[in-house]
Design a protein around this ligand. Structure first.
Ligand code: 3PY
Length: 251
């Protein structure tokens, strides 16, 4: 595995990705060919299983990285996603430092964590086993999502957890937690995001943000705290283009 995302993040690069909610190797292939730096593959809301995930990663063009959102925190989920060859995990709705510590420990081989050692695609099915195991703790990324007011309330403790590489805002869930679902510009959401930004800046942890369109992510692209930007979704692109074609044809 030739992982590049960690190096690029460490060099301060801004990495633009898009969210894939459909279990399609062809879509993963096309999006990696189009030039996105990375793909956010969503096993939390998407119907993908681990086999579809493997096919998607196999289809991607080298140079485009994959971060995979696990459906929930479990040792089995995190281990399988990394063994299949993801460059890192994205974990939804992390609300406490305890949860963050647990996640890091599942993602790291001993002695930093408890990740099980077994041959799979990430290890070249065993061919590059030693090399992968030596590099994995350094190269694989642990991205945690703050997307509930409880996580915002505990952010100062969460960013202290060693091994958390990126704090990623989930603006839609965050707005829902305040009872204003979908209002990602609502003052309650904005103030919460600013609190997370302050804590991350102090702890020197880069941040990530998701927006459905370029206008929504531009302010975050310009904000130096943010390095992982996710713009749009596969299904959103299809809907938008399908509607616009029909509109042009007067339907
Ligand atoms: C959200 O906006 O809630 C998300 O999780 C997007 O990543």
């Amino acid at each position: 595995m030739n992982f590049q995302l960690r190096k690029k993040l460490d060099q301060g690069e801004k990495l633009i990705g898009t969210l894939l909610s459909l279990p399609s190797p062809e879509i993963a292939e096309i999006m990696s060919m189009v030039g996105f730096d990375w793909l956010f593959i969503d096993l939390e809301h998407g119907p993908h299983g681990f086999m579809e995930l493997q096919r998607m990663l196999q289809a991607m063009k080298p140079g485009c990285g994959a971060l995979v959102r696990v459906p929930e925190v479990s040792e089995a989920n995190i281990k399988k996603v990394l063994d299949i060859g993801a460059e890192g995990i994205i974990v939804p709705k992390v609300n406490t430092a305890e949860e963050a510590k647990q996640i890091v420990s599942y993602a790291k081989y001993p002695t930093q964590g408890v990740r099980g050692v077994g041959a799979a695609r990430a290890h070249g099915y065993g061919l590059s086993f030693k090399e992968y195991v030596e590099r994995a703790n350094k190269e694989t990324l642990v991205v945690i999502q703050i997307e509930h007011f409880e996580g915002v309330n505990n952010i100062n403790e969460i960013v202290e957890v060693e091994g958390v590489d990126v704090v990623f805002i989930g603006p839609y869930d965050l707005s829902a937690s305040f009872g204003v679902a979908g209002q990602v510009e609502h003052p309650l959401v904005k103030v919460a995001i600013e609190k997370v930004e302050t804590a991350c800046a102090k702890a020197r942890i880069p941040m990530g943000y998701f927006g459905t369109n370029p206008e929504a992510v531009k302010p975050y692209l310009q904000n130096e705290s943010y390095q992982l930007i996710t713009c749009g979704t596969d299904s959103g692109f299809l809907i938008e283009k399908g509607k616009s074609v029909l509109g042009e044809l007067g339907k």
